[in-house]
Write a protein that binds this ligand. Sequence first.
Ligand code: AMP
Ligand code: ZN
Length: 197
Amino acid sequence: MKRKAESNTSKSVDLDKSHWSAGLLKSMKDPECIVKEDDKIIVIKDKYPKAQFHYLVLPKEDISSIWQVKRNHQDLLMHMHNIARDLVEKQTDHEFIIGYHAMPSMQRLHLHVISTDFNSPCLKTKYHWNSFTTPFFLHSSDVSRQLHEEGEIKKVSPERCKEYLNTQLKCHKCTLQPKNMPALKRHILTHIDKQKQ
Ligand code: AMP
Ligand code: ZN
């Protein structure tokens, strides 16, 4: 499991800018990757999209991950959420989810904005699937509400993260529990076909 650069504890992490986990910082400077920018945020296309549409909203402020977010970042998180909503509203034919991974692998806070077709050759593993379809995925609206009401975001332990990532495969649209990823990938196409009808 390649999830080492960022810990979901407050322990300091190795933020080596030449490490693979600094890839988002490079993409934030690459005009080819940038979709939108303002004084506070940059939106990039995910380089290995796990669905037909997959964007990342990143703050310009050097916040290493969701676990470094403090009460004073409330407005920033709300702004990131609103930017995500704007992107989603343009794609009226697709459903989206907007949120953070409980144990991110890449440096710099990033908000996933992803369509729920999950139809992409880059979506290969059980970890990929479970990272978007179990409580490992922290929905942005829940995170903002917690920060507003409790002044902090409830920690998810590394053990719990592992449990979520190892959860038995389950379709996000019905009760089917496919036996492996190829079966799941075949199955989700049936939901996409139904949606088109
Ligand atoms: P996370 O597990 O939340 O840290 O997700 C990191 C996301 O960054 C994944 O969806 C990757 O596909 C994506 N990614 C990895 N490297 C790059 C890069 N250099 N540029 C843009 N997106 C990237
Ligand atoms: Zn299904």
